[in-house]
Design a protein. Structure first.
Lengths: 801, 230
């Protein structure tokens, strides 16, 4: 079929603008598919391998303190494959430059080959666990306790082998020697707690040390406060957990959580599932639109080459040979698009892996080039293109060779619906009438083009929306909800009057106390671990809002429950929920509180009660666990230093630092948003360009006739533009609401337990999306019809084809 | 080839047009048959049916004793592919292919085509082989068209107004080529035209009027095309 192949090449050469435009769309679809799928597979494989190699725990139990030997008892529970007891506790940390931070001390016994949640050494060497053996007490103060830190903390604080860090534990400052960095499956994504938006490696680190050292530092000799288990495959999880809880109850069981709820794991999984969703959904859009464009191109080609097809049939070509010839165009688009897309996708995958390496602590980030994925991409694009091609060319079958030699009858004009509205129709000039009729005649193509514009504009909205959402989140989190400059937390609840010390510090304009109590809420047999925050009803430095954005007051009695918890428990306003305190110190207290309202927070959850009510929960009256401060900016630095010196203070949260940290992450967001915006613009461009090229070439004769009649180039250009404008206005108009729905769908699939992005789209975003839409429409249109200036009047009129 | 009582009816909207009424005709191997008639007399319809591009509404068509009047698309395609060469009034070359490639397009379809270079030489276009249709005159294009039909070495060469779009001299050249193929390859050549003098070159002349054969005249001494005047 060499002659037919030549014809195919020449056709592509003649329509290279269109060809390249569709290739670009396919390439993007494949690039997105390959990059996201590759990133997903690699990240997932890295995670799976790491979890497997280091025995990621299936369940975590938190106790106040229990003897080490309890593990033997836990191990006897049927369904428990392995159990480990350890110490894990947050302590205050004083940086070299005197900033307060938090260290999560975690104890290990060496060697840790088969231990649950064992860690992997990344640099330096393991801590020496022999120093403590057989000795007691004294050595702890000599500074030769060795630790490993997570790599981010080491990097964020410039820690080298042999450097010393100082923690405050049990009321004493204590130096520790850094001998290396390590990471474990539970430390892949490091955040202090779910309430923190982002990792902040400067102020939060994981310190890994010998279990005995940890026990010594925390004054818990021979004791543990965390039990980790892994299940036997197929074990009845609920029963096993119940039995273990029963064993731990005497030691102050503070609750537990499954491995899937472990913060690092949950964050990692949410990223993975987001990736997976996008990797399935995005390429389908691009490939689908590419298919639609090809459908239009080939449909038009078959119509224009009707006579040629007739000749081929007359010569003796079979219909399927001709169909394959035209479909070959689509297949070549798919092959070229896949080739370019694969290269682009692999490059993008590398970039994505690098970004992931920044956020996720996976020691072996697998950078495999997944040939299966590349193959799937190729198959996917070829299949979709081939289907589009076959569908578009099926009209070849109907072409009768004898009839095709006669000239095609003029396409049925027919009246458009607009012509029913005489008052409107009479007011339109003939250019508008022609444009409207032409659109009406090519309804299918019009629909495809419009559909494409709708998607491109929708995508612009979604891309830009990400920025809106983050801005809104920053705005609502930092400007509306949290209005304090500093949030100080104490190592343990203190008496209210001790706040005077802080109140007196120069620069403090306002200090409002709070009492945070970890609790378990139970309603109708369902329960949820939660954090109850008590604050005075008139508190101004933290504000609460309901789902509709209306301000909420903390009630004197009863509690405000977070929307997520309310959903989880099935609680509505007026219900009574059981509250059980889970404080590490002191006895467990049980109360029943009436739900007075439901509050919504974008970040974290949490329930709120009055300070008095919180004290009642603990059967106390004057306790506070933290304080929010409003300070004069001029005194901020001095104040921080003074606070740092207070040993009772466990953490100092600076709002400014949170905002800075957030803004930094925005950089990465903007990067990915601009890639998406570029893709959307290219998509829209490709669609309009093709539609305009087709409409232009189909009407060359008509346009040339008009030129002969005396129309100017400008007149004709305006006429073609009117047709494009019809599609575009509709496309943009529908694309904006579609963008909103796409954003909503995306958020629904991407939201985690940890935080919800609001579907907030600012008017400027719609404006920019619409402007972006018009920009690609105008560019594509004028590029496509630039041939109007070179219209050869005589030639066009003479040539039949 | 034999046509028996062939009828063809077209529906143009609500009007029924009888393009061909009960027409019977025998075509003999190796002859030159000219079908004459004014436009609308049914001659092109007849040609299309003989070429397997269209099916009769009623009546039978036999080719080598095979009844093709009810043949499916597959059989007709094979028939066109293996037995028929078409020459059209407006050449109908593929604009994206050069002269040589247009001929190859047809040559690709059969097992033993005449070498493309030979056919190009025979129509006198060896030096224009790599030109595109747009770069050639009408006569040249029609010669390519004849070469494209002849390269398959078909039993039947069907020509629909082959000189209709050409000037006098070029037209005669084209007719001479058709005679040449008839003599050298033994193909049956059927020419449809409204140009009466062309009948002089035929072995037999069929006159058509109003969708039916008016008369068939045998020509004992066909003139070579060079001597025909119109």
């Amino acid at each position: 079929m060499s002659a037919l192949n030549n014809k195919l090449w020449r056709t592509i050469g003649k329509t290279k603008g269109q060809f390249l435009a569709v290739v670009a769309v396919v390439a993007i679809g494949i690039a997105v598919y390959i990059s996201m799928t590759t990133a997903y597979y690699n990240l997932n494989a890295s995670k799976e391998k790491f979890y497997r190699d280091h025995n990621f725990a299936d369940y975590y139990f938190q106790v106040v303190k229990a003897p080490q030997e309890i593990i033997k008892q836990v191990e006897t529970v049927p369904g428990v494959a392995k159990a480990a007891g350890r110490i894990q506790k947050d302590v205050a940390l004083i940086n070299d430059y005197n900033k307060r931070a938090t260290a999560r001390l975690t104890g290990y016994t060496l060697p840790m080959a088969y231990e649950i949640n064992s860690v992997q050494l990344l640099s330096g060497r393991f801590f020496n666990d022999q120093t403590a053996a057989g000795q007691s007490g004294q050595y702890a103060h000599t500074g030769n306790i060795e630790i490993l830190t997570d790599p981010q903390y080491a990097k964020g604080n410039n820690l080298k082998y042999g450097n010393t860090v100082t923690i405050v534990a049990d009321g004493r400052a204590m130096p520790l020697t850094v001998v290396g960095t390590a990471t474990g499956p539970e430390f892949v994504y490091l955040m202090k707690d779910a309430g923190t938006l982002l990792p902040d490696p400067q102020t939060f680190g994981v310190f890994m040390l010998a279990q005995k050292d940890a026990q010594q530092i925390l004054n818990m000799p021979g004791e543990i406060n965390q039990v980790l288990i892994s299940f036997v495959p197929g074990a009845d999880v609920n029963r096993v957990v119940g039995q273990v809880e029963a064993i731990l109850k005497p030691y102050g069981n503070l609750g537990g959580y499954a491995g899937k709820d472990q913060l690092s794991n949950a964050m990692l999984n949410s990223e993975l599932s987001g990736l997976k969703t996008s990797s399935q959904f995005m390429p389908v859009i691009f490939l689908g639109i590419a298919a639609a464009i090809q459908f239009v191109i080939l449909g038009r080609m078959v119509r224009a080459q009707r006579t040629q097809i007739g000749v081929m049939k007359a010569i003796g070509y079979r219909s399927w040979q001709i169909i394959w010839h035209y479909t070959g165009y689509a297949v070549l688009v798919a092959v070229c698009g896949s080739a370019v897309g694969t290269l682009l996708g692999l490059a993008l995958a590398t970039v994505m892996s690098q970004v992931y390496a920044l956020y996720f602590n996976l020691p072996t980030l697998i950078g495999a080039v997944n040939t299966a994925v590349i193959l799937y991409g190729l198959i996917l694009s070829i299949t979709i293109s081939t289907l589009a091609g076959l569908l578009a060319c099926r009209s070849v079958l109907a072409i009768n060779p004898a009839e095709s030699m006669r000239s095609e009858p003029p396409q049925g004009g027919g009246k458009t619906i607009f012509e029913g509205w005489a008052w409107l129709w009479r007011r339109l000039d003939s250019a508008w009438k022609m444009s409207i009729r032409s659109v009406y005649r090519n309804k299918g193509r019009f629909a495809v083009t419009m559909f494409g514009v709708v998607f491109a504009v929708g995508m612009l909205v979604v891309s830009l929306f990400t920025i809106d959402a983050v801005n809104y989140m920053t705005e609502s989190q930092f400007q509306q909800n949290e209005r304090y400059d500093y949030l100080i937390r104490f190592a343990a609840p203190v008496q209210k009057n001790e706040l005077f010390n802080i109140d007196r510090i120069k620069g403090v304009q306002k200090a409002e106390p709070l009492l945070e109590i970890p609790v378990q809420l139970t309603f109708n047999g369902r329960n949820n671990d939660d954090l109850v925050t008590g604050m005075n009803p008139g508190t101004t430095l933290k504000r609460l809002f309901d789902a509709d954005g209306r301000g909420l007051q903390v009630p004197e009695k009863g509690l405000l429950i977070s929307q997520k918890t309310a959903q989880k428990l099935g609680v509505t306003v007026g219900d009574m929920v059981a509250v059980e305190t889970k404080l590490a110190l002191g006895p467990v207290r049980q109360s029943t509180l009436k739900v007075m309202g439901i509050n919504q927070q974008l970040v974290g959850g949490g329930c709120f009660v009055s300070l008095a009510q919180a004290n009642l929960l603990l059967r106390d009256s004057q306790l506070v666990s933290g304080v929010m401060l409003k300070v004069e900016p001029a005194y901020a630095n001095r104040l921080e230093t003074q606070l740092d010196e207070m040993t009772a203070v466990s953490s100092i949260l600076s709002r400014q630092k949170e905002i800075d940290n957030f803004a930094q992450t925005m950089g990465a967001t903007i990067y990915s948003v601009s890639v998406l915006v570029f893709f959307a613009l290219l998509l829209g461009f490709a669609i309009i360009y093709n539609a305009s090229v087709i409409s232009f070439s189909e009407r060359q004769r008509e346009l040339a006739s008009l030129r002969v009649l005396g129309f100017s180039i400008r007149d004709l250009s305006g006429m073609l533009f009117k047709e494009t404008i019809l599609q575009s206005l509709l496309g943009v108009a529908l694309g904006l609401p579609l963008g909103y729905w796409m954003a909503k769908g995306y958020i629904k699939s991407a939201s985690t337990d940890l935080f919800t992005l609001p579907v907030i789209i600012y008017p400027t975003t719609y404006l920019f999306a619409a402007l972006g839409g018009f920009a690609f429409i105008l560019t594509a249109h004028f590029l496509a019809v630039k041939g109007i200036k070179r219209l050869q009047l005589v030639e066009v009129l003479k040539n039949k084809d | 080839m034999r046509l028996e009582q062939v009828t063809k009816t077209y529906h143009m909207g609500e009007v029924e047009v009888k393009a061909l009424r009960e027409t019977s005709l025998d075509v003999f191997p190796g002859e030159i048959l000219v079908i004459l008639g004014p436009s609308g007399s049914g001659k092109s319809t007849l040609l299309n049916i003989m070429g397997g591009m269209d099916l009769p509404t009623s009546g039978e068509m036999f080719f080598l004793e095979e009844n093709l009047s009810r043949a499916g698309d597959k059989r007709l395609t094979a028939y066109r592919r293996n037995e028929i060469g078409f020459v059209f009034q407006f050449y109908n070359l593929i604009p994206d292919l050069t002269a040589r490639e247009n001929i190859e397009l047809a040559a690709d379809l059969v097992d033993q085509p005449i070498p493309v270079q030979d056919v190009l030489g025979a129509v006198g276009l060896a030096d224009r082989a790599d030109h595109f249709p747009a770069q050639m005159s009408g006569g040249e294009q029609q010669r390519v068209s004849i070469a494209r039909a002849a390269v398959k070495n078909p039993r039947l060469l069907l020509c629909d107004e082959p000189t209709g779009a050409l000037d006098y001299q070029t037209g005669k050249l084209i007719l001479a080529l058709l005679v040449k193929f008839n003599q050298e390859q033994g193909s049956t050549v059927i020419i449809v035209t409204h140009n009466t003098p062309i009948g002089e070159m035929a072995h037999r002349v069929v006159r058509m009027r109003d969708g039916a054969i008016a008369d068939i005249r045998e020509n004992t001494a066909p003139l070579p095309p060079e001597r025909i005047e119109w």
